[in-house]
Design a protein around this ligand. Structure first.
Ligand SMILES: [Ca+2]
Ligand SMILES: [Ca+2]
Ligand SMILES: [Ca+2]
Ligand SMILES: [Ca+2]
Length: 484
């Protein structure tokens, strides 16, 4: 007879009954990981997509089978706190350790909870929690037939284990993300941290203005759960560890807005897939959004989403979102190729905030535009190891408006930590090469007004019409050639 679960685990079990669950579908694309373990080869279909993840599985393989109840805790200084219930499953063929004491006490999962908002075509992360440290895995059947191991210290093959929202919001069980290596799944335990602030400390924090319905009309929200476990990582099974579910913001009570889950948990899908799958409205995919994965050799995975929208005859909006799933190296910069005639406006950036004593900075990335690149960057590792790098479990946004339509190209993510690979390239839609307009004052005609500007810019790049880096007689020839 199996060990009786602690009574409050039933909270999660009850919530589960109302949470519809879908086994691996809708664009779950955890392609096999070839850079860490040869045993992962051939697992592309085993851990996602169409077959529910059982056949061909090798080793222990934890996933988020269900995102259940969402608990709210109130608001302090404009920041509201929540916790999201998560039910894990072991879809592998070996048991998964779940120790929280004794010599193996760090062989258990840590659980990240995140909140995202899809608003005005942009998909942003607006909240993140510290990491719930797991304890006591029971023998549920959410993801199939559980082969009971009879105790708390293992998650058996095929078994599921629920943590209700109140458990995932227990402040004393929440440790910092900064002490976890998401690539290896290794972390110290017990974790070290200053005492938690009352009400909101360590929990999933979101600025109340980011969920206020009157400030965010026509917005969709999504919660995400993500398990990190050293055995799952060692087996090369850690690219399927995040799942998302739509969430709906309700009414205000006791100082914060109610948020509830809505519809199915989309298993083995990092939240960035919610952008594409709901890009034209709830449940309506947007074919113009592309999501691609890029793996850092020996490290972890980024997912990059992009969407380009034509605003008018001569204006396009470029939106990129990068989710760091489990790269320990993290991202330091992102760049898109530029061109001589490219005109960029409204270049911007968005990141969720770290909190509760995590050591990371929260300053915005710098933005630059030149004829060679449109770029964003944070402080290099050599200058500040706690700079606002694109760390695991977060999604950052990069956007701009340009005067040319997109073409197939390549963006570059520069890595933050000093690892062998300094950057990775990713195929993306990027602005096509632009030819400078001779209508320098944008009045619709090429004439003396533009000539005056060219003469005033002599020796600088400000009226460089032939893309040689300066303004001189060559540019005057171009301008005169376009005279109207
Ligand atoms: Ca896994
Ligand atoms: Ca068990
Ligand atoms: Ca003109
Ligand atoms: Ca020139």
């Amino acid at each position: 007879m199996k060990q009786a679960p602690r009574p409050f685990l039933l909270i999660g079990a009850v919530a589960l009954a109302t949470g519809a669950v879908v086994i691996g579908q809708l664009g779950a694309q955890p392609a096999s990981r070839t850079n860490k373990s040869t045993t992962s080869a051939g697992r592309a279909n085993a851990s996602g997509g169409d077959n529910g993840g059982i056949a061909g599985a090798i080793g222990p393989d934890v996933i988020v089978g269900g995102l259940t109840d969402i608990v709210k805790y109130g608001t302090v200084n404009g920041v509201s706190a929540y916790a999201v219930g998560t039910t894990s499953c072991n879809i592998g063929d070996q048991v998964l350790s779940w120790y929280d004491s004794g010599v193996n006490d760090s062989l258990h999962p840590v659980i990240a909870q995140n909140l995202y908002r899809l608003k005005g075509g942009r998909f942003e992360q607006v909240g993140q929690s510290w990491l719930k440290h797991g304890w006591c895995a029971v023998d549920g059947n959410l993801c199939g037939q559980c082969q009971s191991d009879g105790g708390c210290d293992l998650l058996g093959v095929g078994c599921s284990d629920p943590y209700g929202g109140t458990l995932n919001g227990t402040q004393s069980d929440l440790g910092p993300r900064s002490q976890v290596n998401p690539s290896t799944g290794v972390f110290p335990f017990p974790f070290s941290a200053a005492p938690a602030q009352g009400t909101i400390g360590r929990r999933l924090q979101v600025k109340i203005d980011d969920v206020n319905p009157s400030l965010n009309p026509n917005s969709l929200y999504f919660v995400e759960g993500h398990y990190v476990h050293p055995e799952d990582a060692a087996a090369g099974n850690d690219n399927n560890n995040a799942s998302y579910r739509r969430a709906v913001v309700g009414s205000m009570s006791s100082g914060s807005y109610t948020i509830t889950g809505n519809g199915a948990t989309i298993q083995q899908s990092p939240a960035i897939y919610a952008w594409k799958n709901n890009g034209l409205g709830a449940g309506i995919p947007d074919p113009d959004i592309t999501i691609v994965t890029v793996d850092v050799p020996g490290d972890g995975r980024f997912l990059v989403g992009s969407k380009v929208t034509q605003i008018d005859a001569n204006t396009w909006r470029y939106e990129y979102a990068i989710q760091n799933l489990n790269s320990d190296a993290a991202g330091q910069a992102f760049s898109i190729p530029g061109s001589c005639g490219l005109e960029v406006t409204n270049q911007d950036f968005h990141a969720p905030f770290s909190h509760s004593g995590e050591p990371y900075a929260n300053d915005a990335w710098s933005t630059t535009t030149s004829s060679s690149a449109i770029a964003w960057a944070t402080t290099p590792y050599a200058q500040n190891q706690n700079a606002n790098a694109l760390r695991w479990g977060t999604l950052y946004n990069f956007g701009f408006t340009a005067n040319v339509p997109p073409t197939a190209g390549q963006g570059t993510i520069s890595l933050f930590k000093p690892v062998a690979t300094t950057s990775v390239n990713v195929a993306l839609p990027v602005p096509s090469a632009a030819t400078p307009s001779s209508d320098l004052n944008s009045d619709g005609i090429v004439d003396g007004g533009d000539l005056a500007i060219a003469l005033g810019a002599w020796g600088t790049a400000d009226a460089d019409l032939n893309c040689d880096g300066t303004t001189d007689g060559g540019d005057l020839a171009v301008l005169v050639g376009n005279w109207q």
